[in-house]
Design a protein around this ligand. Sequence first.
Ligand SMILES: Nc1ncnc2c1ncn2[C@@H]1O[C@H](COP(=O)(O)OP(=O)(O)O)[C@@H](O)[C@H]1O
Ligand SMILES: [Mg+2]
Length: 440
Amino acid sequence: MDKSCVAPASPISDPESRRFNRLDAVWLLFLAGLAALPPRWELHKQFILLAIGAVQLLESWLISRFPKRGVSYVVLLKILLATLLIDHTGEVGINSSYWPIYFLPVVTAAIYCGPWMTLLWTLLSSAFYCAYLYPAMLEYELTTDALSYLALRIMFFFLAAMIVNRFAEQSRHQTALYRELAERLAETNRRLEQAQAEARRSERLAALGQLSAGLAHEIRNPLGVIKGSAEMLTQKLQHSDELARELAGYISTEVNRLSALVTEFLDFARPLHAELHPTDLTALLDRVLKTVSDRWTGKPVAVERAYANNLPPIPMDESLCEQAFLNLVQNAYEAMEVNGGALRVEVQRATRNEHGGTEVRFSDTGPGVPEELREEIFNPFVTTKKSGVGLGLSIVSKIVDGHHGSIHVDNRPQGGAVFTLFFPFESASEPRPVLATTSD
Ligand SMILES: Nc1ncnc2c1ncn2[C@@H]1O[C@H](COP(=O)(O)OP(=O)(O)O)[C@@H](O)[C@H]1O
Ligand SMILES: [Mg+2]
């Protein structure tokens, strides 16, 4: 019965209004006025007025405490109290001049309920009022005049109910509109912040790339010389001192390790020109998933695919994207190395800032990325792995930038990381070279 009478998300139910406010004082004043009017010495009447005051003060609390049935309880209480008041303020209840007290439940229902429920509650209030016809009829003759007078009063109940209900509905509609607007604003704000963070990351990576590419390049030349010299030394010391030979060997292997690292780093720092061609994204993902799973030696990882149907070919640089997806899938597998788990790969259409595109999402059931590391993991050389280099995600970020796309990481509520990539269908301009040029 009370389905359409629920606590509204209007100022009526906000915590502010739950406190005693000035309007409540006016209410009490109004009830005190009624108490002061005749019949003044009717104790029952004063008690009933007191009860009405209490219900009025507790109304907001009751409605927020019982969001589903609170309104019905309040309206019903008011109908009962109004009916009692009528009985104690007239010779015969139906003649009591306190009959407008029924406006109280009627208006309350009109404020909180939809039009049909308001009509029903008004009908019930009228029925309670008309119930006094019975005792009156036992004592008096009922004239047509009296009946039309009664009908008039009841009409006014309905009139008041409909007018108040219309305003209440309008106000509810407005509130819903404002709330929707506020939610949209918050969402836009969140997106803006995310876009700003991504832009800052690109800039940071570009600057870092420029600086370190220069440095790496400078290191590489002397490394070459050291390496050559160490090899010559090893050859020369072939027949001499054992210790000297061993030391020269160390120099050689360590220089090799260093130079491999510098090469890898230069790969990261080298500007990348994405050549975009329409690509079958899901086939590419399947290939990557197979590659990683074929060479995986840790605990088993279940792969779940959720690809949207009828995706158009997506403009992307296939080999660069393959590298990016490889890094992400490899990271997900590594995150679940000890306990195993599941990797879910989703592909679907999406819009970002009114640009249509494709969203690719990798969700794993690993430990997730700690909040404080979310932005840092995209920086080069940030790793939490013993044998990690920390270049994987910075390369991914750079490749996504080269496609005018975006990437961000979240944690799933139930644990595990989610990397979400977005590739626009149309690149607004030429693919961007992302990091500064080096002379390498
Ligand atoms: N799926 C993931 N779950 C949890 N942490 C991750 C995940 N992917 C990346 N990370 C974190 O980001 C860091 C950087 O990753 P990456 O740049 O690929 O470098 P590396 O894999 O060499 O550590 C990782 O060391 C890890 O801490
Ligand atoms: Mg990695």
